[in-house]
Each structure stands twice: as C-alpha cells, then as structure tokens.
Design a protein around this ligand. Structure first.
Ligand code: ZN
Length: 164
C-alpha cells in the first residue's frame, strides 16, 4: 500500500491509499479520484508519502477506512468494505422487524382457521357468517380461486418470531 497526500485544483488536501503507484496514475487518468471536499477530479499528488499500510499511521479511522477519496475500482484498495453490503443488511433487518410486527398484529387481531382459510374467507365474503378477521393457510390453487371470486385477502411472508 502507498499513501499519497493529494491536492485538488482548489487546494483541498486529502489522503489516498493505493496498491501501487500505477494504480494512482490509472485512477487519475480515469478521473476516478475525486476530492472529498469539493468533488473536483483535478487531483494531483501534494507530496509523496510511501508507507506500509497503517504501520505508522496512528489514526484508527485512516487504518479502517482508507479508500474514501477514490471511486471503487478493481485496482483500488481492497480493504474497504463494500458500500452496499451494510445498507442491504440494514434494509433486511428493517424488513424482518416489519414482518414480525405484522405477524404479531395478525395473531392478536385475527382468528386462526388453519387450512380452512379458503372456506372461511368465502363464507365471510358471501355473508354466510359475520365479518371477522381470519388468517390461515391456503394453497396456491385456493388463493387463485379466491382471487377469481373477488374475495379480498392478502398473502404475507410468514416470518418466524423471536430470534431464529
Ligand atoms: Zn477540493
């Protein structure tokens, strides 16, 4: 790893980490180097500071997230975490939580009718029984038939509760 002190056309100085000096040249040519302060791609080396990654740099931030100023590139720093991954994890966690809440709501407010769901839903739809909220299982065929008859229902991903 090589650390360069970089300077943009407007004089902002920032750090760039590269596998080697060739990688730096390549990224400058492709305008992949962007000033984090102003977004300028007119970036040049302010001063060369060859270094073995993080050995002498005390700043933990610099050691853990070194590739900030560069656009992800196969030739660029490989130690930076893929930016999309953490976001995807967060989104998934949010979705799981949402499904869990939905399950709790359904269980609290609806009667479980199991595999008789299609029949019960039909009875309610045609007014054979009083209106009530139910939940249960329906096969894909049953679900299709209900839909054809105009019976309103929703299918939700039934997520395990708790920590499993
Ligand atoms: Zn700048």
């Amino acid at each position: 790893m090589i650390v360069y002190d970089l300077r943009c056309a407007k004089g902002h100085v920032f750090e760039g980490w590269f596998p080697d000096s060739m990688a730096f040249d390549k990224q400058v040519k492709r305008k992949h180097l962007v000033c984090p302060a102003c977004g300028s791609t007119k970036v040049d080396k302010a001063m060369m500071a060859p270094n073995i990654a993080s050995s002498k740099r005390k700043s933990p931030a610099a050691a853990e997230a070194p590739a900030a100023p560069t656009v992800p590139d196969a030739a660029a720093d490989m130690t930076a975490p893929p930016a999309g991954l953490e976001r995807a994890k967060r989104e998934t966690a949010k979705y799981v939580k949402f499904l869990r809440t939905m399950r709790e709501q359904v269980e609290k407010n609806c009667d479980y009718v199991g595999e008789k769901f299609a029949n019960e839903a039909r009875k309610i739809h045609y007014g054979e029984t009083g209106k009530r909220n139910i939940y249960g299982e329906a096969s894909p065929d049953e679900a299709r038939a209900l839909k054809d008859e105009g019976v309103e229902f929703g299918a939700i991903p039934w997520i395990k509760r708790g920590d499993s």
